[in-house]
Design a protein around this ligand. Structure first.
Ligand SMILES: [Zn+2]
Ligand SMILES: [Zn+2]
Ligand SMILES: [Zn+2]
Length: 284
């Protein structure tokens, strides 16, 4: 059986619409609602693998009636606050009277784990997530990983790749395979680094699903993220380099209001350019 992919959130750090913005798209999005309301990006695979313990995962779980309690593996792309909310992890501590929680295996780069420790420290209970005593208190196994490392997590084969995004915290992208079905999760990143392209080939990867950063709309230039033009170039290169299978589906995520129109218009734009637009609550 193919793995089940749940989009818990598809917005950039700012959410969509923006809290205080009265630009045309934010006003339209507010009026239309539905797919136009985007929470901060996070993805659940089956019931047990979460990519990014983001700030909106609980709101998403209430909205879509999905439990996060059975998550056994968490792949953390990086520690930016739109991808990691320390208060969610803190609730695993005995002080919060948690019961019957399965052990959580957490994977992230060393630099991101250090940053996560700082963020947890600010919550008041944990000082060092790499300390085994602290891990015991959180019922957590922490696995520091590096770009180009491949590892197994339960039934999943996973490879980590470097992102073109905040290098100071070792941001990572992931390919996850279950039963010959592979998803590439590419957020957050600007133009994909050469080392990552080589890694795709060295590991003989072909993707069934690609989920890629689409922070900025057409012709909007930002930093550390892809815009629509860059997104299209990346998927073209993936196609040229034979990284797709026959029915590969390509999704834009991490969408900001900067240059990205309302959902239905963005869907039309994507269709013209060979990709789909993810939305909160979408299940593949
Ligand atoms: Zn982000
Ligand atoms: Zn706006
Ligand atoms: Zn980021």
């Amino acid at each position: 059986m193919n793995l089940k992919i749940n989009f818990l959130g598809t917005a950039a750090a700012t959410s969509y619409p923006l809290v205080f913005c009265k630009c045309k798209v934010c006003e339209q999005a507010r009026k239309l609602g539905g797919c136009n309301f985007r929470k901060r990006s996070s993805l659940l695979i089956n019931k047990d693998l979460l990519i990014d313990l983001g700030p909106d995962i609980m709101s998403a779980s209430f909205m879509y009636n999905i439990s996060i309690a059975d998550v056994r593996y968490c792949l953390q792309t990086h520690s930016h606050s739109d991808h990691f909310d320390a208060s969610h992890l803190s609730t695993r501590l005995p002080e919060y009277a948690v019961e019957n929680i399965p052990k959580l295996k957490l994977y992230a780069s060393n630099a991101t784990l250090n940053k996560m420790s700082e963020m947890l420290k600010a919550e008041g209970y944990i000082t060092d997530i790499l300390n085994t005593v602290e891990q015991e208190r959180l019922n957590l196994d922490v696995h520091p990983i590096k770009a180009l490392q491949s590892f197994e997590a339960g039934k999943y084969q996973i490879s980590a790749f470097s992102a073109n995004h905040d290098k100071s915290i070792g941001s990572l992208l992931y390919a996850i395979t279950e039963d010959n079905y592979t998803i590439f999760y590419g957020s957050d990143t600007d133009i994909i680094p050469e080392e990552t392209w080589s890694g795709f080939h060295d590991k003989k990867l072909q993707f069934d699903v690609v989920v890629l950063d689409h922070t900025y709309g057409p012709n909007i230039n930002g930093r550390e993220h892809l815009n629509a033009n860059g997104f299209i170039k990346q998927i073209q290169r993936m196609r040229d380099e034979n990284l797709f299978k026959e029915h590969t589906r390509i999704f834009a995520t991490h969408i900001s209001h900067e240059g990205n129109p309302i959902h239905s218009d963005l869907v039309d734009y994507g269709k013209k350019n060979g990709y789909e637009i993810a939305y909160d609550g979408l299940i593949i």
